[in-house]
Design a protein around this ligand. Structure first.
Ligand code: BGC
Length: 903
């Protein structure tokens, strides 16, 4: 039967439209974060940033549009109705949006929903919802008073504070806002709140003090409640004495706090319980605590139930009012420090009747927890060390050298615990961490011990892992792990040099390690906070100290551009990895002022200000050379940032300045005829290649000379800190990837592998394992190799022109000494993978490009090799190298998973 034409077409239209309304898009927004945190509480930024990525593994997958809505009513937001902001449907593949709605209100929780459309314009069927909650926003919103127990900075025991109060009605929600000069733990009705450690994170307390917000709804009860606080010294009241004078810090004071507990009852009424008169204080069993050395605890002094409502505090004293540490109390918006990994002791040795040695089997930053039974008054000392004397006892000599104790009461990295004698007792320090592998336990009376009595906790800023490396070389895998261990051991709300001897925010170590950090961990919140620390420390003339934060030490020594270029390099790297300009904008004036200062002291464009190639294997490169290169790097970053921020005249000025610095370096150090810099050392040749100093027409010659130099050095490194940043990259980026890998994978001295072969589980500060100075066993300073694995072997690099891996520069090197390699990095757009395997003459390369990203793939292969996909040859753009046996094939690719074969 034949239908009339009109009817047929109507029928078709109906079918098509019903199909498209049921067509579900496989796309979904995922990984929602606000200010780079999942559902944060207590943020102060009135224009928070929202980020997400989309899950869509199809070829050419991308987001073509989004709609973001914000409101305070979760049900309404779920329905798509927003009171505070509605972007409408925006045609864009953006995954980072800055809030531009109605003014956000303090103490208010908001919900946000993002709807996305896929490459075909099909809308996602499910829209995830995130939340964020505003905190104080302004200083004037604090109700509580700053209080303390005393003014005596030398008083040793840590104070307890408590207040009981009644909550007369059913509680709907409650938040505690806690600001402290020092460190603290907060308890409600006997329960410790949260799992953060060492809050608040260290800042220059007299310029900026951080407060933390907790959801305490479930800790409170209708009726009687008690809040308890234990305050520690931290960097606020540094009682231990060492060469950096933290005991003379201008902010030093007895710990103090300010607290607002905001309760909302079911009936909608609100009440704020605040710090102030009415709070009681007493000394705690923590009889001494130092962030730098250790903690002492006398369990006989425990006040059972001190943080519960029924406790009788009639013998406790009233608190006193105190000045606030600064006029700038701001939200701590960052991942906290936690006890991230639990590490059981691997072995226990009895050294004599009262001395035992626990071995964790690996070096960590953190604490040990002791579980023990014994007679009241027995004193246990726990000495934490990285290495042992030949006798098997702990050896402190590599880590206590900068410590200047005034008596024997505060031994370095030695916790002291006095038993209460009441059954099994547990001790773990509240306000300290250490760097250690071994714990030597001595006791005043013999104790029965098994290795289970002691557990280590690896503590650090709990940054999410975002990278993974696996190679066919087990030593290299171990080295990658050790590098990450050192990176994490040196991340405590600010990057440090080492977790034992110093715990200092050494700038040079941190910028060198920043790419290793960013490939492996989601560290933006820590870097944003640390750059704010930089702004607090910078002098009006632009100068920064070499350690940040500082009590004042470091303006005098070590703060040249090779170290304090952190002010430019870290914002730039964070921008490259996250594609967010905020950190550049926030620090623009500061980096500019810094460069201007150097210009003032270096009218001829070269500067001798700096430390140079620190802890070299043997050869020493002139300081002027490396410092001037870093001066150039900073000037270039200022120029590029100016361009991004629309400051065109600055861009012109600093581009010009950078050029003059480059010219001055080449003028003085480059021998054009020979193609060498200076005397042709590894650092002298690799640093200018890495940082773009070498004129284009000289690159091949300089790189050739570098390769020759390395071969003359027996394919081993001869560099220090600044050279390690450059050597492997300079080789692999200039045609010598195989040689770079040979150097990187050496297992004899001097090399990273030499440490690993000798049992290292972290990176060291010096190349010889039996060096006499600079011998911390947990330094991140030589850690660039961790980033190099991604950059050279995986070939995953951000593209300056489309940062945040919007476009990926993908250039793997299938080096001859590896049969397989994997690198994965969770970028802001999703996971980038670069995985290759070799089988005789066949290289199989599997890689994936996340949705909304693209990649510029460069394959460096030999002239007789071809590239196939699904058995068919694919051509790309071929660049032949003059006279060589290799060619580069370039492919411009969209999102998706690919398998290429090279044969
Ligand atoms: C630190 C280094 C730091 C150096 C500066 C040392 O004490 O541990 O890592 O960069 O001083 O010279």
């Amino acid at each position: 039967m034949k239908y009339p034409i009109r009817f047929t077409s109507l029928f078709l239209v109906l079918i098509i439209s019903s199909l498209s309304c049921f067509a579900s898009s496989p796309i979904q927004a995922d990984g929602l974060k606000c200010e780079y945190l999942k559902n944060p509480l207590g943020i102060d930024n009135p224009s928070p940033r929202f980020t997400w990525h989309i899950n869509d593994s199809r070829r050419e997958a991308r987001q073509t549009a989004y709609q973001l809505i914000v409101g305070s009513d979760s049900l309404q937001v779920a329905k798509g109705i927003a009171d505070d902001w509605n972007t409408g449907k925006v045609t864009s593949d953006n995954r980072l949006v800055v809030y531009k709605g109605k003014a956000l209100q303090p103490f208010t929780k908001y919900f946000w929903k993002v709807t996305v459309w896929d490459k075909d314009g099909v809308k996602a069927t499910q829209d995830p919802i995130g939340s964020f909650e505003m905190g104080m926003m302004e200083m004037k919103n604090w109700k509580g008073a700053w209080v303390s127990d005393s003014r005596d900075v030398n008083l040793k025991p840590a104070p307890y504070f408590r207040k009981s109060f009644s909550a007369p009605k059913k509680i709907k929600s409650a938040r505690a806002y806690v600001a402290v000069g020092g460190l603290y733990e907060i308890y409600i009705n006997g329960q410790k709140i949260g799992n953060h450690r060492l809050d608040p994170m260290y800042t220059r307390f007299d310029r900026r003090t951080l407060y933390v917000t907790y959801d305490v709804t479930h800790a409170l009860q209708e009726g009687n409640n008690a809040i308890g606080l234990l305050l520690g010294n931290g960097w606020y009241n540094h009682q231990s004495t060492a060469v950096w004078f933290f005991h003379e810090a201008p902010w030093r004071n007895r710990p103090a706090f300010c607290l607002d507990l905001r309760i909302t009852y079911e009936d909608g009424s609100q009440e704020v319980i605040t710090s102030g008169k009415g709070w009681k204080t007493a000394l705690s069993p923590v009889i001494f605590n130092s962030i730098y050395t250790a903690e002492h605890h006398d369990a006989r002094l425990e006040k059972e139930g001190w943080n519960t409502p029924d406790y009788n505090d009639k013998d406790w004293k009233d608190v006193i009012f105190r000045t606030s540490p600064s006029q700038n109390i701001v939200a701590q918006v960052m991942v906290p420090v936690r006890n991230v990994e639990e590490i059981p002791a691997q072995s226990l040795k009895k050294l004599n009747d009262t001395t035992y040695l626990f071995d964790l089997g690996r070096n960590i930053s953190g604490v040990s927890r002791l579980r023990i039974k014994g007679e009241a008054g027995t004193v246990v000392r726990l000495k934490h060390a990285e290495r042992l004397q030949p006798t098997g006892f702990a050896d402190m000599s590599n880590i206590d050298i900068h410590y200047r104790p005034t008596d024997n009461q505060d031994p370095f990295q030695v916790d002291i615990y006095t038993l209460s004698g009441k059954g099994e007792e547990t001790f773990m320090p509240h306000f300290n961490y250490k760097g250690f592998q071994y714990v030597e336990l001595t006791c005043t009376k013999p104790l029965e011990l098994a290795k289970e009595n002691l557990t280590g906790f690896f503590m650090h800023s709990d940054v999410e892992p975002v990278g993974r490396i696996k190679t066919s070389n087990p030593t290299m895998n171990q080295l990658w792990w050790a590098t990450n261990n050192s990176y994490l051991s040196n991340l405590f709300g600010y990057p440090t040099d080492c977790p034992q001897r110093e715990k200092n925010g050494w700038t040079g170590d941190a910028h060198i390690a920043s790419e290793t950090g960013l490939y492996n961990f989601d560290g933006i919140t820590v870097y944003e906070k640390w750059l704010a620390d930089h702004r607090d420390e910078q002098q009006a003339n632009g100068v920064l100290p070499s350690i940040i934060p500082t009590s004042g030490w470091g303006y005098e020594w070590g703060n040249g551009p090779d170290w304090t270029s952190t002010i430019a390099i870290i914002p730039w790297n964070v921008y490259l990895f996250y594609g967010d300009t905020k950190i550049l904008a926030d620090n623009y004036e500061n980096m500019k002022r810094y460069v201007d200062y150097i210009q003032g002291i270096a009218p001829a464009y070269l500067t001798t200000w700096g430390l140079g190639d620190w802890v070299p294997v043997k050869s020493k490169t002139p300081v002027e050379f490396t410092s001037s290169v870093y001066y150039y790097v900073d000037a270039s970053i200022v120029a590029k940032t100016a361009l991004l921020l629309g400051k065109t005249s600055d861009a012109k000025y600093y581009t010009n300045l950078a050029q003059k610095i480059k010219d001055a370096i080449n003028q003085k150090y480059l021998n054009k005829e020979k193609g060498i810099y200076g005397s042709g050392l590894q650092t002298e040749l690799s640093v200018p290649l890495q940082w773009g100093i070498v004129p284009d027409d000289m690159k091949a010659k300089v790189a050739g000379n570098l390769a020759q130099r390395v071969q003359n050095d027996n394919n081993h490194i001869d560099v220090g800190l600044l050279g390690t940043k450059a050597i492997l990259n300079a080789l692999s980026e200039n045609g010598y990837a195989d040689l770079a890998y040979t150097v990187a994978s050496q297992e004899t001295f001097p090399s990273w592998g030499w440490w690993i072969k000798n049992g290292a589980t972290t990176l060291y500060e010096n190349w010889p394992i039996d060096a006499k100075s600079d011998i911390s066993m947990n330094h991140i300073m030589f850690g660039e190799i961790g980033a190099w694995l991604y950059k050279a072997l995986g070939g995953i690099k951000p593209d300056e022109k489309l940062p945040g891996f919007k476009n990926i520069l993908l250039e793997p090197h299938f080096v001859k000494d590896l049969s397989g390699f994997e690198a994965h990095h969770n970028s802001p757009y999703g996971t980038i993978s670069s995985v290759w395997k070799k089988n005789e003459d066949l290289i199989t390369y599997n890689f994936s490009i996340p949705a909304s990203s693209t990649a510029t793939l460069r394959l460096n292969i030999s002239t007789n090799q071809l590239v196939y996909e699904n058995g068919k040859e694919i051509k790309g753009t071929v660049i032949k190298h003059d006279g060589g046996s290799t060619k580069t094939i370039i492919f411009l690719l969209t999102a998706g998973s690919y398998t290429f074969e090279v044969k």
